[in-house]
Design a protein around this ligand. Structure first.
Ligand SMILES: C[S@@+](CC[C@H](N)C(=O)[O-])C[C@H]1O[C@@H](n2cnc3c(N)ncnc32)[C@H](O)[C@@H]1O
Length: 428
């Protein structure tokens, strides 16, 4: 494809994603369906350019002020994911001079917002939680793309065997640093055609997500509920931990998301999973199981702001008000899901948000309102669940409470996972 045509397409895709009418990944997929002739490299350039603009929107809009021509073209030039020489081959003299001037701008000449590229309502609570050094490290890491982790299906495979099999296919994979089920894959190759994938030995899943499922510690023969199961990333991990025994209910209000679980279940070899679409968190099905369940995972709907490496558009599509509304929803879901537990059972509340409003605040309000639920320090659990030698460093994954051990708190810049939170209770 001629570079000029590619740049025009990049500008068009940037225009469409910046409308924020739909999630960026949906806009990109739709665009590719409308342009079927695009090759894999062109698709990669287009998607990465649009994502680069979403990541650095504030900086690029500031730099674009001094250019000329359509704004989306200027943004696409700044975010273009190919080489500078390639893009310059199609720019006018004026555009080249402007781009050189932009490349020459030094970070210390910029306002903070143009360096961190976060909306104020999000930057403020992050600055409150983190040291200055950590805040800037986080901002930097959120502007990188995420790595590729897989969870090995321990029902039918061993991690070291899968690692060897991937190596034979030319793919380098290392055990994830914390989770005993995970492999971190180098260079993000396509995995879905590999035998190891089609026969259900691996599922793509961030190490942080794997750790949330690990905290449930689901066991053989138990009754377990994955209350917000979605497409079942954690359901599959729980089912394997239960060794395909007992009963694992996968609830969600979205039948559409649960449908996406079905092919994954078929690959996994699990037959102990019972997906069920519920109308809302107080659905009859939930009431019927009240007091009967050993373990409940509430992987709550949230702002998703821990996943900005993958979904950079969320910082522009979410708002402080939406987060507040989300926190009310999370509280209602957690309250309702807790009723499922029998005494001695375990409740795990999790989000992929980095905001205390959706995390510690929800957990602390729940503890205060439910004296029959005893908070379990997550660091204690991890010391037992992680393999040595990382088990000794479990507290580095945690924060909250006087000892700093109460909650799981994963950060992209520290743990190389998405941002995650988890709180755990034991029902007395
Ligand atoms: C964070 S996602 C779940 C991701 C999933 N657990 C996984 O590992 O792939 C949250 C899910 O909660 C579901 N949800 C929203 N409101 C709900 C409710 N009131 N009761 C149950 N699920 C709900 C959403 O449809 C969404 O699938």
């Amino acid at each position: 494809m001629h570079p000029q045509t590619l740049l025009d397409l990049c500008a068009e895709l940037v225009r469409l994603t910046l409308k924020f009418e739909h999630p960026a990944d949906a806009v990109v997929s739709h665009f590719f369906r409308d342009h079927r002739g695009l090759g894999p490299r062109e698709r990669a350039t287009l998607a990465e350019t649009a994502y680069a603009v979403l990541r650095k929107k504030l900086l690029f809009e500031r730099l674009a002020l001094s250019g000329s021509g359509p704004k989306e073209r200027r943004l696409a030039i700044l975010g273009f994911s190919g080489s500078r020489d390639f893009i310059k081959s199609v720019l006018s003299e004026q555009e080249k001079q402007w781009l050189d001037a932009c490349d020459g701008v030094k970070p210390d000449e910029l306002l903070d917002q143009h360096r961190h590229n976060l909306p104020d309502w999000l930057a403020q609570p992050l600055k409150t939680q983190l040291s200055d050094k950590d805040f800037w490290a986080l901002a930097e890491s959120l502007n990188q793309s995420a790595g590729l982790d897989v969870r090995v299906n321990t029902l039918n495979s061993k991690r070291e065997d899968v690692q060897r099999e991937l190596k034979a296919a030319g793919i380098t994979a290392q055990p994830t640093p914390y989770c005993p089920w995970g492999l971190r894959i180098a260079d993000k190759p396509a995995l879905n055609k590999l035998d190891v994938f089609t026969r259900g030995a691996i599922e793509v899943q961030d190490e942080g997500s794997q750790l949330l499922a690990l905290l449930v510690e689901a066991k053989r023969g138990e009754m377990v509920v994955d209350f917000c199961a979605g497409a079942g990333g954690k359901t599959l991990a729980l089912g394997a931990a239960m060794r395909n025994t007992g009963r694992l209910y996968a609830f969600d209000t979205s039948a559409h998301r649960l449908d996406a679980l079905k092919p994954r279940l078929a690959r996994s070899g699990l037959s102990n999973v019972h997906p069920a679409a519920i109308a809302h968190e107080r659905d009859e099905r939930v009431k019927r199981l009240s007091g009967k369940i050993d373990r409940v995972l509430v992987d709550a709907p949230c702002s998703g702001l821990g996943t900005l490496r993958r979904n950079p558009d969320l910082k522009w599509r979410q708002s402080a008000q939406a987060v507040q509304e989300m926190a009310a929803k999370q509280t209602a879901i957690l309250d309702s899901a807790a009723r499922l537990l029998k005494s001695g059972g375990r409740l795990v509340y999790a989000t992929c948000s980095v905001l205390p409003e959706e995390n510690e605040a929800v957990a602390e309000a729940f503890s205060a309102a439910h004296p029959d639920f005893e908070p379990v320090p997550v660091a204690d659990l991890l010391e037992r669940l992680l393999a040595p030698p990382v088990a000794k460093t479990a507290s580095e994954l945690c924060s909250g409470g006087e000892s700093g051990r109460n909650y799981l708190r994963l950060w992209p810049h520290q743990h190389n996972t998405d941002g995650f939170f988890a709180a755990v209770w034991h029902k007395r």
